[in-house]
Design a protein around this ligand. Structure first.
Ligand code: URA
Length: 207
């Protein structure tokens, strides 16, 4: 199918941004601002990354996914190891708002919050129409499964090129400090990230 024209894509994206801004589906996040704007990346990106949720010291403040906090700094190093420039990728999250505990600390989004945001995620993927989707962590991988069922798991498919819903999918670990310390070292993650280059080359998008 031919890609939508630039103008149509930008119109669809603008609609998505304003609908997300007006969304009040999650009772515990009604006072949050969704992190979705032109700051997420170019709408003509060929590669789309999905994280878990905006962090309170990071994207919730900067309005740019994976920036301003330790996860963002880790992600920047891992991305740099692929040679891919940040301004060539689009980055979003499984949920667009920052989930917090009553104490104010970040928390995992609930299954209900992920379900509530799943239509926004599906529409972002359809609008950007990337050749390659990269999931960062278990929550992002599971969120894709709500859009089109899959049986991929991080344990079995990390750093492998999978086929999902007519696109290439590269499941990767989340770049949070906890994951780097206890599940997947930076060195292992850098090895996993090489799959992105292979995926780009396999579909001629590496130029
Ligand atoms: N920042 C994000 O935007 N997403 C995450 O998953 C973590 C930090």
């Amino acid at each position: 199918m031919p890609r939508a024209t630039e103008q149509l894509r930008d119109e669809r994206f603008a609609r998505l941004v304003s609908e997300a801004a007006a969304c009040h589906r999650c009772s515990m996040m009604c006072d949050r601002r969704p992190v979705l704007s032109e700051k997420n990346g170019p709408t003509n990106a060929r590669i789309l990354f999905i994280g878990e949720a905006p962090g309170r010291h990071g994207a919730d403040q900067t309005r740019v996914p994976f920036s301003g906090d330790q996860s963002g700094r880790n992600f920047a190093r891992l991305l740099a190891s692929t040679g891919l420039e940040r301004d060539r990728i689009f980055i979003t999250n499984a949920v667009l708002c920052n989930p917090r505990k009553p104490s104010g600390a970040n928390r995992r989004p609930t299954a209900r919050e992920i379900a509530n945001c799943s239509d926004f995620l599906r529409r972002q993927i359809e609008t950007i129409d990337p050749t390659i989707v990269v999931t960062l962590g278990r929550v992002a991988l599971a969120a894709l499964g709500r859009i089109e069922y899959h049986r991929f798991s991080l344990r079995e498919h990390v750093g492998r090129i999978c086929h999902w819903n007519g696109r290439l999918l590269v499941p990767l670990y989340h770049p949070s400090p906890q994951v780097l310390i206890s599940h997947r070292t930076e060195r292992e993650q850098m090895r996993d990230y090489r799959a992105i280059g292979r995926a780009l080359r396999s579909c001629g998008e590496d130029r």
